[in-house]
Ligand binder design. Structure first.
Ligand SMILES: [Zn+2]
Length: 226
């Protein structure tokens, strides 16, 4: 396992990545949690995975980078967005990015430009640096406007098979449509613009992370080996 500082948040907090496996493996996966600061279990869920993997042998033909907390400022302040009030999950440089938030709701503020935020840039740069094949974004179903059940959401037909395998392993239903518009989302950018395997996990926000991990952590194994 290698621990690297990938960059800093708006407020200067270091953002860490944990790397397992061989960098030149074909099968590369990126796992990102803590995108929304009001969803702390999504970071803790990834932390628990890193802790578990530290003590286990990792397969030779796979590579994974885990970023448990991409939005440390939001996590510290318990805000959805980063310290600039930008929803990172609406700030990706996708073909759907819009300069004004959906329904005029500032909780979904997309930023001044696509990938304007340092936290978003870390992911965009990482995708360029490593030829990442699959991206798993961990969220909880904390909502403002659109209630949605816990699920595995996938973007693009190429993501469907893995989503269904993860669904069996984790007992979460797989859906190709999250049920509300998400312009500039990470999943949409990766799945529809870059045509990568893009999976967004929505965990039950009412549950604590150890319980969520016990119930659903097998999804990581399937995602990394898939
Ligand atoms: Zn979220």
């Amino acid at each position: 396992m290698k621990e690297l500082i990938l960059g800093k948040s708006v407020k200067g907090i270091e953002i860490k990545g944990y790397f397992f496996g061989e960098e030149n493996a074909f099968n590369k996966t990126l796992i990102v949690g803590g995108i929304h600061g009001v969803e702390p279990q999504s970071k803790e869920f990834c932390d628990l995975y890193v802790e578990e993997m530290k003590n286990l042998p990792f397969p030779d033909d796979a590579f994974v980078c885990v970023i448990p907390g991409i939005n440390p400022d939001g996590l510290a302040a318990f805000t959805r967005g980063n310290a600039n009030g930008v929803d990172l999950n609406r700030n990706f440089p996708s073909s759907t990015w819009k300069s004004s938030p959906v329904s005029g709701n500032n909780a979904y503020h997309p930023g001044s430009a696509p990938a304007s935020e340092p936290e978003t840039k870390i992911i965009v740069d990482l995708l360029k640096k490593y030829n990442i094949k699959k991206i798993i974004a961990i969220h909880t179903n904390h909502y403002i406007q659109f209630p949605n059940p816990p699920m595995i959401n996938y973007d693009g037909d190429q993501s469907r098979e893995l989503a269904e395998q993860m669904s069996v392993a984790s007992h979460l239903p797989a859906h190709g449509d999250i049920g509300y518009p998400t312009p500039g989302s990470m999943g949409g950018y990766l799945g529809f613009d870059l045509k990568k395997i893009s999976i967004t996990i929505e965990l039950d926000d009412s549950k604590k992370s150890p319980e969520l991990y016990k119930k659903h952590s097998r999804l990581f194994e399937v995602a990394v080996l898939g």
